[in-house]
Design a binder for this molecule. Structure first.
Ligand code: HEC
Length: 253
């Protein structure tokens, strides 16, 4: 852990000192590795893969995505495929394409510690695959939850595992409040309130939509009628049971 921290500091200092050089190196790594025509376009324009410039991605999202890739898509993990210097540089470059003002990069290769690798069998193994099953589209659990680096950054931590599928469907969701914008009311997961903006996920649809509203336009009240039953209908109860067995093996109380 200490060694890791030291590396972060060194990487930070290095980038802070030579930002233009690092960005230049990052652009060249990007052109060779990412802007191949099949994938992203030059300067992050759309190619065979989506546009990644000016998408409002933040630093930690870019770090994680470049290092770990995106499961079930053509986006590979570059965490160990590139040298540390190239990785740092390309992450800084993509951050700069997204307007991150001073991309002080922490190239922590592995990302946050993932749970120890356990050999899963039977239901738990099936549950692990179902958790991020691409054919469920946005109804899959990994749309909103991340486990071991798999999942997108709505990222609601799962700390307690419900006893059975019925309990999951009816699970109380105290963090979800109700936001009212004009005449629309919606279940909302608040991310931040600043003097000039209220930022939240609108959970009306899956995937949730990130919204930024001016504080005077939004009223919020505690509680909502949002329940998992709304979004996880593509799973049978047997499949949900398998997912819960999986969660029991990875979520430590
Ligand atoms: C559209 C988003 C969304 C999807 C999809 C989703 N969840 Fe959730 N989940 C939430 C939200 C929001 C909360 C937070 C509720 C709260 O605490 O207010 C939550 C909370 C939970 C919790 C409770 C966490 C705790 O420790 O309190 C569990 C367990 C859970 N979800 C499991 C699942 C499983 C399993 C799936 C897939 C079958 C799933 N979720 C799919 C949004 C989602």
């Amino acid at each position: 852990m200490k060694a890791g921290l030291l590396l972060l500091v060194i990487a930070g200092v290095m980038v802070a000192q030579n930002l233009p050089d690092v960005l230049k190196q990052g652009e060249s790594v990007f052109n060779k590795t990412c802007a191949t025509g099949y994938c992203h376009g030059a300067r992050g324009a759309a190619g065979g893969a989506p546009r990644i410039a000016a998408r409002g991605f933040d630093q930690s999202f870019i770090n994680n995505t470049v290092q770990r890739g995106v499961p079930s898509t053509a986006m590979p993990a570059f965490g160990t495929a590139l040298s540390r210097a190239d990785l740092t540089a390309v992450v800084a470059y993509v951050a700069s394409l997204n307007g991150v003002a001073s991309p002080t990069i922490v190239a922590n290769r592995g990302g946050p510690p993932s749970p120890p690798v356990t050999r899963l069998t039977g239901d738990a193994a099936r549950g692990r695959d179902l958790f991020s099953d691409a054919v469920r589209s946005f109804g899959r659990c990994s749309t909103c939850h991340e486990i071991g680096g798999i999942g997108i950054p709505v990222a609601i931590t799962i700390a307690k595992v419900p006893a059975d599928p019925a309990a999951l469907k009816a699970l109380a969701t105290p963090q979800v409040s109700t936001a009212t914008v004009g005449s629309d009311s919606m279940p909302a997961l608040m991310l931040g309130k600043k003097s000039n903006a209220v930022i939240f996920y609108d959970l009306t649809t899956a995937p949730p939509v990130l919204r930024t509203e001016s504080p005077s336009a939004v009223q919020t009240s505690d509680g909502s009628n949002w329940r998992h039953a709304r979004v996880i209908g593509s799973y049978t109860d047997a499949e949900l049971s398998a997912i819960l067995s999986y969660l029991r093996t990875v979520v430590k109380p």
